[in-house]
Ligand binder design. Structure first.
Ligand code: GTP
Ligand code: MG
Length: 371
C-alpha cells in the first residue's frame, strides 16, 4: 500500500501529464479534490504524531501592527536583510541553511511597528515536510504578508517556492472566490449560479462535492468557478495572503540578469530591486512594505477631550471599531456602549456606530464605554 505522500505524488504526476483544456477541466478538478482529501488525512496523522511527542513548531510571538514573513531559497540574503531593516541580528553566512529557526525583528516605519520574521531557506518538497518545511509554512500562513527574497541568478526558484506555498494551502495575491457551499439534509447537490459556468457542468460540480462526503448541499457560485476554487472552498483551510517580491544582490547582477529575473516573476505582483549587503533600495523597501500592508490612520478623540491629531493609530485598512477596541484595552469590547465617527466612513459628523462599523483612513473616533 502506497503511503499518503506517494499517493499524492502519483496524482500530481497525473495532473502534470494531463493536457489542460476545457475537456479535461473537470477531470483535473476531481484529481485535485482527491489530493485535498489525502492532505487532510495526512494533516490529521501529523497532528496525531505531534501529540505523541513528535516535531515542535517554531515559537514566535506575534507583535506589532503586522507581521511579514521572509521567504526564499537558502543564501538569497534574508538574514542580511532583516539585520539591516530591523533591530534584530540574524547570522548571515556564505553557505546554505545558515538560519535554522525563526528569528523575529521589528521594523519601525512611519509610526507603524512591523514585525519581520527571518526563516530558514525553503526548498522543494517543503510542503511535504522537507527541511522543517512544515514549521516554516505554518509561520508563513500566520503572517499578514509574505516577502519573497529572490536571487537574480536563479530564475527558476520563484516558481518552485510559489508551488510549495500553493500546495500548503496558501493563496497569494488571490481573492477568496465567491463560492459558497452549505451542507443540507436532503435534496441532493443543488447548484445555484448567478453567472454562466464555462469550466464545469453541474454534474462535475456535484461529483467534486460528493467526493468530500456530502450527499446534499446548496452551492452558490457568483463567479465562473474553476474546479480548484470549489476544492479550496471544501478544504476550508486555505489562507489568502498578500505577497511581494524583493530581488536582492543587484550590486553584483547586470541589468540583463535583473530583467531576466523579473520576467520569471508574475506580472501583477509588486517587485522591488535591492541590495541588502550594499544598502541599496532599503529605505524604498520599507515604504514598499508599509504601502503593501494596507495600513490606515485612525485618530482618537477621547470623550470630552480634543482629538489627538499628532499620533494616529496605525491599523489594517479593513479594521472595524471592534479591532480598535481590542488594540486599545482588553476590557473595551466587554464594556463597549457605542462609538462616534467623523470622517470618510461616517455618513455625517459624529455618526453613532457599533462594534462592526468599518473604518476608513483619516477617521476620527470616540469610543464610549460603561463606567
Ligand atoms: N553581493 C551581495 N551579497 C549578498 C547580499 N545579500 C546577502 N549577500 C550574501 O549572501 C550570503 C548569504 O546571505 P544570508 O543573509 O545568510 O542568506 P539567507 O537567505 O539568510 O540564507 P539561509 O539562512 O541559509 O537561508 C552571505 O554571504 C551574504 O553576505 C547582497 O545584496 N549582495
Ligand atoms: Mg538566513
Amino acid at each position: 500500500m502506497a503511503t499518503i505522500k506517494e499517493q499524492i505524488e502519483l496524482i500530481r504526476a497525473e495532473i502534470d501529464k494531463t493536457q489542460k483544456n476545457k475537456a479535461t477541466n473537470a477531470h483535473i478538478g476531481k484529481l485535485k479534490a482527491k489530493i485535498a482529501q489525502l492532505k487532510l488525512k495526512e494533516e490529521k496523522a501529523a497532528a496525531h504524531s505531534k501529540a505523541s511527542g513528535g516535531g515542535k513548531g517554531f515559537e514566535v510571538k506575534k507583535s506589532g501592527d503586522a507581521t511579514v514573513a521572509l521567504v526564499g531559497f537558502p543564501s538569497v540574503g534574508k538574514s542580511t536583510l532583516i539585520s539591516k531593516v530591523t533591530d534584530a541580528h540574524s547570522e548571515a553566512g556564505g553557505y546554505a541553511f545558515t538560519t535554522l529557526t525563526c528569528i523575529p525583528g521589528v521594523m519601525e516605519h512611519r509610526g507603524a511597528k512591523i514585525q519581520i520574521l527571518d526563516l530558514p531557506g525553503l526548498i522543494k518538497g517543503a510542503s511535504e515536510g522537507k527541511g522543517r518545511g512544515r514549521e516554516i509554512l505554518n509561520v508563513i500562513r500566520s503572517a499578514d504578508m509574505t516577502l519573497f527574497v529572490v536571487d537574480p541568478f536563479q530564475d527558476g526558484h520563484f516558481n518552485v517556492l510559489h508551488k510549495e506555498l500553493h500546495n500548503a494551502g496558501l493563496r497569494l495575491n488571490e481573492t477568496k472566490p465567491p463560492v459558497f457551499i452549505k451542507r443540507v439534509d436532503k435534496g441532493g447537490i443543488d447548484v445555484r449560479t448567478t453567472v454562466e459556468q464555462t469550466h464545469l457542468t453541474d454534474a462535475d460540480i456535484g461529483e467534486i462535492i460528493r467526493s468530500f462526503g456530502y450527499t446534499s448541499a446548496v452551492v452558490t457560485l457568483r463567479e465562473n468557478a474553476t474546479a480548484e476554487q470549489i476544492v479550496d472552498c471544501l478544504a476550508g483551510n486555505r489562507v489568502y495572503e498578500k505577497a511581494v517580491i524583493a530581488i536582492n544582490k543587484i550590486d553584483i547582477a547586470t541589468e540583463n540578469e535583473i530583467v531576466r529575473a523579473t520576467k520569471a516573476l508574475p506580472d501583477e505582483w509588486p517587485v522591488m530591486r535591492i541590495s541588502a549587503f550594499k544598502d541599496i533600495g532599503l529605505e524604498e523597501l520599507k515604504d514598499f512594505i508599509y504601502d503593501n500592508l494596507g495600513f490606515m490612520r485612525v485618530f482618537l478623540k477621547p470623550q470630552g477631550q480634543e482629538a489627538d491629531l499628532e499620533e494616529p493609530l496605525i491599523v489594517k485598512d479593513d479594521s472595524t471599531v471592534e479591532n480598535i477596541c481590542n488594540k486599545l484595552h482588553r476590557d473595551f469590547v466587554r464594556k463597549f456602549r457605542f462609538a462616534r465617527v467623523k470622517g470618510p466612513s461616517a455618513k455625517f459628523d459624529w455618526q453613532r456606530v457599533g462594534l462592526d462599523h468599518l473604518l476608513k483612513d483619516g477617521d476620527l473616533l470616540t469610543i464610549v464605554v460603561k463606567r
